[in-house]
Ligand binder design. Structure first.
Ligand code: AMP
Length: 400
């Protein structure tokens, strides 16, 4: 790791301003998914164990620079206290006299969560005045908000200019290790599964992974743009005819690099997206060319494809999954994504990485969340990092 980390700090008696990603789903004032809270625990516990004071900053939702009680972090403080097994002081402001006085009264080993940083207009515009105000809250800065690390905001990047040392927490370290080092120097065979809606969203990732992977398995609606590039018909499937040349170039590069590049050989298709009244068919078994007729839409990889992909995954030593194989949110279109999740989970010899966003939901929904090596907590941040882009929230930290 090229950046300083929490392990490079002496935290005893220090006030540590920790940017976490507590942008959690809430329902009736209760946190319904604690994944992000759990992700931040190692860093918070380490600060407490070292005799430091953990002062947590986070955003929640999109209050657009306005105070809005709907987006208050107060319920998150309670959920965090339950997970930590110690009280968490909730401070209803994140800057200025009230916040500074409240944090000055905290004793070593205590934890406080401040109110939503996005209640201030300057957060998303990375206002240096706001960044300086955040910096006044502590003696050291720790960024552990991987999910927001692709944004240069006052609490994720700006603050690191004014509050030194500025280091990475354990979660960011782990994300960079799995999404970075472990895919950079992947043990072979390195099998990548890419799905989701659009080729245009994923082309930079595809291009980069073509440099590293041994095999790339394509699913999701993205597959239909590749099918068009191969001269097949896709019926009413979601596709991007403007990206046919891009798809062709990717396949050509795969050939040149000797990367095995597999597309679905069969598809689950529906005659309408009115999911209460549709018929579900499997095309491919009946059409050996894999063409989808007019009036039908591909919504998932078919069973033959799932079996073929599972075979590739069984022999892998490194697996990276990004994007679902179909409209997994709908049960009738979820079998392909769930079968692939199972195949990933079954390969215990491989380092298996679920690269964020909807593939995480699919793997968790399929019940295999606990059986993979690493699940990224980022969506956009994971994708941008896999694309090879620098993350401003990491760049801003001190070099080792
Ligand atoms: P992405 O954010 O690009 O990873 O795309 C995820 C979304 O793609 C999910 O909401 C899926 O429902 C959707 N998706 C996957 N396959 C298809 C498909 N064949 N047709 C339409 N949407 C799809």
């Amino acid at each position: 790791m090229a950046k300083k980390t929490i392990e490079d700090l002496d935290l005893n008696g220090k006030k540590a301003v920790i940017r976490v990603d507590f942008n959690v789903p809430l329902q009736d004032g209760k946190v319904t998914d604690k994944t992000r809270i759990l992700g931040a625990l190692p860093t918070i516990k380490h600060v407490v164990a070292q005799g430091g004071i953990a002062i947590l900053l986070s955003h929640l939702g999109r209050p657009k620079g306005q105070v809005n009680s709907k987006f208050s972090l107060a319920p998150v403080a309670q959920a965090l206290a339950a997970e930590l097994g110690q009280p968490v002081a909730f401070i209803p402001e994140s800057r200025g006299a009230v916040a500074e006085k409240a944090v000055s009264e905290l004793s070593p080993g205590s934890v406080a969560l401040l109110e939503n940083v996005r209640f201030h207009e300057g957060e998303e515009s990375n206002d240096p005045i706001l960044a300086q105000d955040f910096a006044k809250l502590g003696d050291v800065y720790i960024n552990d908000a991987f999910g927001t690390a692709h944004r240069a905001h006052a609490s994720t990047a700006g603050i690191a200019e004014f509050l030194k040392p500025a280091v990475a927490g354990f979660l960011i370290q782990k994300e960079l290790e799995y999404l970075g080092e472990k895919t950079e120097n992947a043990e072979s065979p390195f099998v990548v599964i890419l799905g989701g809606a659009k080729v245009s969203d994923k082309i930079t990732v595809i291009d980069r992974l073509l440099e590293k992977a041994d095999t790339i398995l394509i699913g999701g609606a993205m597959a239909y743009t590749f099918a068009l590039a191969n001269g097949k018909t896709v019926g009413d499937s979601l596709s991007e005819p403007n990206f046919i040349d891009t798809a062709k170039a990717a396949m050509k590069k795969a050939e040149e690099k000797g990367v095995k590049f597999l597309l679905p050989v069969d598809n689950v298709t529906v005659d309408s997206l009115d999911f209460d009244n549709m018929s579900v068919g499997t095309i491919g078994a009946s059409d050996p060319e894999g063409n989808i007729p007019e009036g039908w839409e591909g919504v998932d990889i078919g069973p033959k494809t799932a079996a073929l992909y599972a075979e590739e995954l069984a022999g892998a030593k490194t697996i990276l999954m990004n994007g679902p194989m179909g409209i997994f949110e709908i049960e009738a279109c979820s079998k392909g994504s769930f079968a692939i999740a199972e195949a990933v989970a079954k390969n215990r010899d491989a380092v298996s990485i679920i690269g964020g966003g909807d593939s995480v939901k699919a793997v968790n929904q399929a019940g295999f969340g606990g059986d993979v090596s690493f699940i990224s907590t980022g969506g956009g941040a994971s994708l941008e990092f896999l694309e090879g882009k620098a993350l401003p929230g990491v760049e801003a930290l001190d070099d080792k």
